[in-house]
Write a protein that binds this ligand. Structure first.
Ligand code: NAP
Length: 511
């Protein structure tokens, strides 16, 4: 059980100690919490800044929000859901699924909600992490950061935007009280979020301006409701759902060959996307505007059947001139045109390689994660550990992202690894574990070498996959089963370790 201590290095305020603290309860943090419970561990806490589990699926409630990965694959392997209503789930259904899993696995009493972690500092003397939060102070022997990459909305730095007087909100912070019906609305961005928002609101607004900086590639969305016989089969015929899941996994994994290893193969996808563009946009001027100029896959491939038809509506304009400034009730583009609007929806993505949360974590040498990343880029080891941050693990850390298949697969690989790390620490009586810098460096050299031929590096686009050093520190550049293999066992030899002793003088470096 977590216990209360009354005096420690955080100060003299009451501080709660837990052996393991998980920060964040999206798919990743929740999945680890369930695994720890399954292992019989009780001395852990999950600190979650929101008031519910679900992470990105709790936060992204914009109209049309749905997953681009088929339902059968986009779920925990230990909690298959025979009740998915369609082949690609909508946000509400995924959020209900996550809530149901949390409840069924009885981990909610380990959660502290509305608990925003404002600082986490490594105390080398005591070998604990000291955590400050909006719900008080904590210490932990081990911290697992499970905050995810798509959690900190990025607001565009556009002149005058703060002076906009109408409704303005980010796609991930949708204001459901804002009335858009009959209004003049602008959407900035044409990424995965925007292409779902635009068709959802276009029929209700008076006019919609879509501000496009880069035209995305679109593929068909093979979404459909499941028929009753299919749902009955998923529920009652053993193996059918696992088979369907395996088939989807295998089909998606074939994309890795083109994306990561031999990008010319992506031409096949480009041909499908071009045919779709020709079929769905008749106006040659509009078609030219939304035709991408980079190799498909370089940015995330989007899937939609209603985005192009929405752009073709008479009340929708695609604006490709850069935004010069936002005024109280309008947007002015580089060519001097001023377009009046009542509401502005900012669908400009997230702080991925420069998350503000990196400023709140301070490692062994007193530098924050932000400072370390500033120097070496967003580098880690197997996406799960970072040198200078002992006794800290990461779910969805550097280079575990994907565009082509389910992130839940990567998360479960990392859960295996981190759960095994915690077992290893206990079994070997370790006080600290910190990935060796030379191991991390070698790992990243290998990773970037694999990345070099990928479409993300050679496809002729700029994307949030790349950090400010020009490295792709976001994506996993290989088959996902290869990542599963690498994370099967905790490789303690890659870590510098110390063992437990009664006092610091007895501290023994064992590795
Ligand atoms: P995003 O992919 O980063 O797209 C942001 C969009 O805003 C891009 O079109 C970008 O243009 C534009 N933009 C950014 N700053 C701008 C500026 N200052 N001026 C003008 N335009 C600007 O963000 P997102 O659409 O929220 O998606 C983020 C990720 O979330 C996705 O890649 C995906 O991983 C996930 N997601 C998944 C789903 C799904 O499964 N269906 C749905 C939503 C999100 P540039 O392209 O020129 O940078």
């Amino acid at each position: 059980m977590s216990r209360r201590v009354t005096d420690n290095a955080v100060g003299n305020r009451p501080t709660r100690h837990a052996k393991t603290i998980i920060i964040g309860s999206g798919f990743a943090g929740l999945g680890l919490a369930i695994r720890l419970s399954q292992q019989g561990r009780t001395d852990y806490l999950v600190l979650e800044r929101g008031s519910d589990v679900g992470g990105t699926w709790r936060d992204n409630t914009y109209p049309g929000a749905a997953c681009d990965v088929p339902s059968q694959l986009y779920s925990y392997s230990f909690a298959l859901n025979p009740n998915w209503s369609r082949s690609f789930s909508k946000q509400g259904e995924i959020q209900s699924y996550i809530q149901g899993v949390a409840k069924r696995h009885r981990v909610l009493d380990k959660h502290i909600f509305d608990c925003d972690v404002t600082a986490a500092r490594w105390n080398a003397e005591a070998a604990v992490w000291e955590i400050e939060s909006t719900k008080g102070d904590f210490t932990a022997d081990t911290v697992v950061s499970a905050v995810g990459a798509l959690c900190e909305p990025m607001l565009p730095d556009i002149k005058g935007i703060n002076g906009f007087e109408g409704e303005i909100f980010h796609s991930a912070r949708w204001n459901h009280d804002a009335e858009l019906t009959g209004k003049r609305v602008a959407v900035i961005g044409t990424g995965a979020s925007a292409i779902q928002i635009v068709p959802s609101i276009a029929p209700q607004v008076a006019h919609l301006d879509v501000y496009q900086r880069t035209a995305p590639w679109l593929l068909p969305r093979t979404d459909r409701p499941y028929l009753l016989p299919e749902r009955l089969a998923f529920r009652y015929l053993p193996g059918v759902q696992r088979l369907s899941r395996a088939a989807i996994y295998a089909a998606r994994e074939t994309q890795v060959v083109g994306l990561a290893k031999f990008p010319p193969l992506m031409r096949a996808f480009e041909a499908i996307a071009k045919a779709k563009l020709r079929a769905e946009i008749r106006d040659p001027e509009l078609r030219a505007k939304v035709t991408p100029d980079f190799r498909i896959g370089c940015k995330r491939m989007l899937i939609s059947n209603n985005y192009y038809p929405a752009l073709s509506r008479p009340n929708v304009d695609v604006v490709t001139d850069g935004i010069r400034e936002v005024r109280a009730n309008s947007i002015v583009t580089a060519d001097g045109t001023e377009r009046e609007i009542d509401a502005l929806i900012v669908a400009t993505g997230f702080h991925v390689t420069d998350s503000p949360t990196y400023n709140t974590i301070t490692g062994a040498d007193g530098r924050t994660l932000a400072e370390v990343f500033d120097e070496i880029g967003q580098q880690g080891y197997k996406g799960s550990a970072i040198n200078n941050f002992p006794n800290m693990f990461f779910l969805l850390g550097p280079n575990v992202g994907l565009g082509h298949t389910s992130m839940v697969y990567m998360i479960e690989s990392q859960i295996n690894y981190i759960a095994d790390a915690l077992d290893t620490v206990d079994r070997m009586g370790l006080r600290t574990v910190e990935v060796r810098r030379e191991v991390q460096d070698a790992y990243n050299r290998g990773l970037q070498a694999k990345m070099a031929p990928s479409v993300w590096m050679t496809g002729g686009c700029s994307s949030w996959y790349l950090d400010k050093h020009g490295n792709n520190t976001t994506l996993w550049p290989d088959f996902t089963f290869e990542f599963r293999r690498l994370t099967k066992k905790f490789d303690v030899a890659a870590y510098r370790t110390t063992t437990r002793g009664a006092s610091r003088s007895e501290l023994k470096v064992v590795g």
